[in-house]
Design a protein around this ligand. Structure first.
Ligand code: AVJ
Length: 320
């Protein structure tokens, strides 16, 4: 087998370390302090996220996979065969496999912020599906959606699984979906996975798994910042906290300082009180109707929606 890089056309727009430095310094100076969740996904972070999806408490991945298994033919029928298929946040590219046989796109474009993880996943997929051209792009799609080399004249579809849209504030989510709609053009179709509002006990368990994988995922952000920005976060004195906030309708993850401490990051000093936190992720939960309103404001009309029998998770098909 040739090295997988040769089978995959690769666009490297990986955010430079300056983006990490600027956003971390800005976010640590704000109150409340916050660091965007996109920075979780260095290679170790992507691996830890995969491990989260295997914990018994984290229902979203297995529920969405079940929906893709049951309704994949219908989804593929709505997305249309033989076109261009863009996937946002493709990660391990595990979910798209459930649609590829039915979809047979001419071109598959996985987009992800985790470069090495993306390269491996895209290479493996290209070997498994020799009939499908694969153009992978390492990109921070929260900064816009420039898609180099998107061919004209083929039907366009997008796949945005995993409820990654929930990581965006509703206004930013609307903006990102507007960018997706523009990239797809009139008639373009989107299949998107969206986690549903539900009993907070289920949500609190899902983001506080007993084995501590989610805690390790959250804390890995500090490990990454220590390594890449030469910071000195003391991992012994920051712990994981996650809870459902019913007002905004989101799960929040924080890293909480358990004592009075000083941290150096890229030449700057930050002072933490005991109990003071860094907000590292919001994960918004939607109703089916609420998400359709948001997507409508971004220029999408609903075509179909699938949910599981316990109403844990939804997969929408929308059209520009
Ligand atoms: C990948 C954004 C969908 O918000 O549920 C899992 C990431 N964070 N556990 C989510 C995550 C904590 C996940 N998304």
């Amino acid at each position: 087998n040739p090295p997988h890089e040769s089978a995959v056309q690769f666009h490297d727009m990986h955010p430079p370390v300056e983006d990490l430095r600027a956003e971390v310094l800005h976010g640590l100076a704000r109150r409340p302090r916050r660091i965007p969740p996109k920075f979780f996904y260095d290679r170790r972070g992507s691996e830890l996220f995969e491990a989260i999806t295997e914990t018994p408490e984290y229902y979203p991945t297995r529920t969405e996979l079940g929906l893709l298994e049951t309704h994949g033919e219908a989804m593929a029928g709505l997305l249309g065969r033989g076109g261009v298929l863009v996937e946002l946040g493709s990660g391990s590219s595990r979910k798209i496999r459930l649609l590829l046989d039915a979809l047979r796109p001419a071109l598959y474009m996985p987009l992800d912020i985790s470069r090495d993880f993306l390269l491996d996943a895209a290479g493996e997929l290209a070997r498994e599906y020799p009939g499908i051209r694969v153009h992978a792009a390492c990109v921070d799609y929260s900064r816009g959606l420039a898609l180099p080399g998107l061919p004209e004249g083929l039907p366009r579809a997008a796949f945005f699984p995993g409820s990654s849209i929930g990581n965006f504030e509703p206004g930013q989510a609307r903006q990102l979906l507007t960018h997706v709609a523009r990239a797809l053009g009139p008639g373009g179709r989107l299949v998107i996975g969206v986690d549903l509002q539900k009993d907070p006990a289920i949500l609190n368990a899902a983001y506080n798994d007993a084995a501590g994988v989610t805690a390790a995922f959250n804390r890995n952000l500090l490990v990454r910042i220590n390594r890449e920005l030469g910071a000195d976060f003391d991992l012994a004195h920051f712990h994981h906290r996650a809870f459902y906030a019913p007002g905004p309708g989101r799960v929040e993850m924080h890293l909480v300082s358990d004592c009075l401490q000083q941290v150096r990051v890229a030449g700057h000093s930050f002072h933490f009180e005991a109990g003071e936190s860094i907000h590292t992720e919001s994960s918004y939960k939607y109703s089916v109707a609420g998400f359709q309103v948001l997507a409508g404001e971004a220029g999408f009309a609903p075509l179909a929606v699938w949910t599981d029998r316990d109403d844990l998770f939804s997969v929408h098909c929308l059209e520009v």
